[in-house]
Write a protein that binds this ligand. Structure first.
Ligand SMILES: NC(=O)c1ccc[n+]([C@@H]2O[C@H](COP(=O)([O-])OP(=O)(O)OC[C@H]3O[C@@H](n4cnc5c(N)ncnc54)[C@H](OP(=O)(O)O)[C@@H]3O)[C@@H](O)[C@H]2O)c1
Length: 250
């Protein structure tokens, strides 16, 4: 059962431990609503066209905790950073399993782009009105009916699959055609592995929760590309969650 954000641990402070831009170590008071602006500066993308990942993992690299979602790994500081990154983004991209399993509600005004081969999005919790305003589903032409059945209202971009998969290049092009250039990919494992293998991520935002998760939970994404990322920012909150922002020179 999903954990309400109000019931999540609520750290009071966020410390900047290291920053490549030379920001001096500092402590931010998360009780102050104005801190959102400081978080925004710390996570500001350097270019108008930018693709980043944002995920949370446990000490053993799992992406879901005891409730079977990332809610039981997360805390309110993590969700606050996620929400600032979302507000800086034009589109959030997720694999279909994430929207079936996670507690995604409306992400308005940021678009939610769901990638699916089957078109079956049963399990999501997005209302028809919100889907109509802010969800774009990328699916093969023959999955259109299944998307209409399982997520009524959502806008659909039909893309011809290659070997059963939609090419990420076409997903990104479909977003750019809609003037959506700042992109955050929020999971899950299978979708992000493709982004990593194809070298399509400029940045990784990764929270580490100070807990172990069940062995059988899904892991953080893997990649055969071996891309080296350089640490831009290292934060720690007062509940000892670690936040890394890493970039490539792509
Ligand atoms: N900790 C975190 O930050 C975090 C964030 C997000 C998700 N999660 C967790 O991660 C898990 C989901 O990860 P996952 O790896 O199982 O699934 P996923 O990557 O979210 O979704 C996989 C599904 O996406 C669709 N898909 C992916 N690439 C595609 C392509 N190129 N073309 C067409 N369709 C494509 C397929 O959908 P169809 O099956 O519909 O064809 C595929 O089965 C969930 O347990 C979720 O709770 C954790």
């Amino acid at each position: 059962m999903a954990i309400a954000i109000d019931a999540m641990p609520d750290p009071e402070r966020l410390r900047v431990l290291a920053s490549r831009s030379g920001t001096a170590p500092q402590e931010l008071d998360l009780r102050d609503p104005a801190v959102d602006e400081r978080i925004r500066e710390l996570y500001s993308p350097p270019r108008p066209h930018w693709v980043r990942m944002n995920m949370i993992g446990s000490l053993n690299g799992r992406v879901t905790g005891s409730d079977g979602t990332s809610d039981s790994l997360s805390n309110r500081a993590d969700r606050r950073i996620l929400s600032v990154i979302r507000r800086m983004s034009d589109a959030i991209v997720v694999g279909a399993e994430t929207v079936r399993n996670e507690r995604h509600l409306s992400t308005k005004p940021t678009w939610l782009c769901v990638v699916t081969a089957s078109g079956n999005l049963t399990g999501h919790r997005i209302s028809e009105a919100d889907a109509a305003e802010s969800v774009l589903v990328c699916c093969p032409p023959d999955a259109r009916g299944e998307v209409e059945r399982t997520m009524p209202g959502a806008q659909i971009q039909a893309l011809e699959p290659q070997g059963g998969r939609i090419a990420l290049e076409e997903v990104i092009a479909a977003l750019r055609e809609r003037d959506l250039h700042q992109i955050v990919v929020e999971g899950g494992n299978r979708l992000i592995s493709q982004f990593l293998d194809e070298g399509r991520l400029n940045e990784i935002c990764l929270t580490q929760a100070p807990v172990f998760a069940p062995n059988e939970a899904t892991s953080l994404p893997g990649s055969v590309a071996g891309t080296k990322f350089e640490r831009e920012l290292l934060l720690e909150d007062s509940a000892e969650f670690i936040y890394q922002r890493l970039v490539t020179t792509l």
